[in-house]
Design a protein. Structure first.
Length: 360
């Protein structure tokens, strides 16, 4: 049994006991977090004392063999008909659901089926968010493994990054290499944008060919054992102007200084400010429009967020990205991104790929 998964569901039970509630978890990501099992049709019912996983015949046998964190795996043909007697047997009067992930239509359907049960939508998301933010050693190992796959794939791609190469072809080659190296999936659609296209932070790789003097930005990640990695590197091809070099060094300093400030007890907005002040001080503030970083785990974007608006205080066990960027419309863009693990003394950088200016 995976100790981290068992610990997480026990912590959720404790939270539910504290407020005399139960939880019905329906999102694939949260079910996977609490069970280490993936399916497109599963439901996790958790009380202060028990947990049950309900699924259909397609997943039943596999779930029985895989899931060790619940009291029972139950087979159903009709979800509501199976859940009604179970809720009655457990004397459940209040069910928390994932308010941020359930549709109004689905909630209305549940309320009609369970007329004697109160459905609460405000608390469960936050409780699960806090649990998922605290990464176990096992979770961290999975993220690091995903990151090493991504780094190796980029290393293997670099000889192909040259004048005349096509953005879309480079992104596809990077995707293929990550999968070939053992990635379960891609963290998200790989970004590979060059020249003027680089000024779009989430630009889509197209038919543009790399020209001498271009920057090219790769933002990508791999998934390993359901956990994501995320990294960004920007390379120069051919040569760089004084302005390009100045912007690159500004982004790099902003990133390094922000990482040096990260530790348990620091406010997320203060870390963002460290990087943002450097960029603003160099006169590029208007070209850095997004937050500094975000949590990473079973999903590519998780709590907490390093942003100007976040009052969250970092804790040991958080894993966050640090990814400042400068994007000048009509010219170029630069972003550098690492993932770090927060500790009491500072942070441990999970990204090993070099980030000093590299001219290919």
């Amino acid at each position: 049994m995976k100790d981290g998964v068992l610990m997480s569901i026990e912590k959720l039970k404790y939270m539910l006991r504290e407020r005399n509630a139960s939880a019905l978890i329906m999102s694939e990501d949260n079910i996977r977090y609490f069970t280490s099992f993936s399916s497109t049709n599963g439901y996790l019912l958790v009380t202060g004392e028990n947990a049950f996983f309900l699924t259909d015949s397609r997943y039943f046998e596999a779930a029985c063999k895989t899931i060790k964190t619940v009291d029972a795996v139950l087979l159903f043909e009709n979800f509501e008909k199976s859940l009604v007697p179970l809720v009655g047997e457990l004397c459940i009067k209040s069910i928390s659901v994932e308010g941020a992930r359930i549709t109004v239509k689905r909630l209305n359907e549940l309320q009609k089926k369970f007329s004697d049960v109160e459905f609460e939508t405000q608390k469960l998301d936050g409780e699960i968010e806090l649990l998922r933010a605290m990464k176990s050693e096992e979770e961290c190992r999975n993220i690091v493994k995903a990151q090493r796959i991504a780094e190796k794939a980029l290393e293997m791609l670099l000889p192909e990054v040259k004048v005349g190469a096509v953005e879309r072809e480079l992104s596809l080659e990077l995707d293929y290499t990550m999968l070939k190296l053992g990635a379960q999936a891609l963290s998200f659609e790989t970004i590979a944008v060059s020249g003027k296209n680089g000024s779009m932070p989430h630009g889509v790789p197209g038919s543009k060919r790399i020209e001498s003097g271009d920057f090219i930005t790769f933002d990508f990640g791999a998934v390993y054992n359901d956990y994501h990695s995320d990294m960004t590197r920007t390379f120069a091809v051919g040569d760089v102007s004084d302005k390009q070099r100045d912007v690159y060094e500004t982004v790099l300093k902003a990133q390094k200084d922000a990482i040096s400030e990260i530790c348990a007890g620091k406010r997320c907005s203060d870390i963002d400010r460290t990087a943002r002040d450097i960029i603003v001080g160099k006169g590029f503030g208007e070209y850095f429009g997004h937050g500094l970083g975000h949590g990473v785990g079973i999903e590519i974007h998780e709590f907490p967020n390093l942003s100007p608006h976040s009052d969250t205080v970092l804790e040991t066990g958080h894993i966050v990205t640090v990814e400042p960027g400068i994007y000048i419309p009509g010219e170029f863009g630069i972003r550098i991104e690492d993932m770090v693990y927060v500790t009491d003394e500072g942070c441990r950088n999970l990204t090993e790929f070099p980030k000093e200016l590299c001219i290919l």
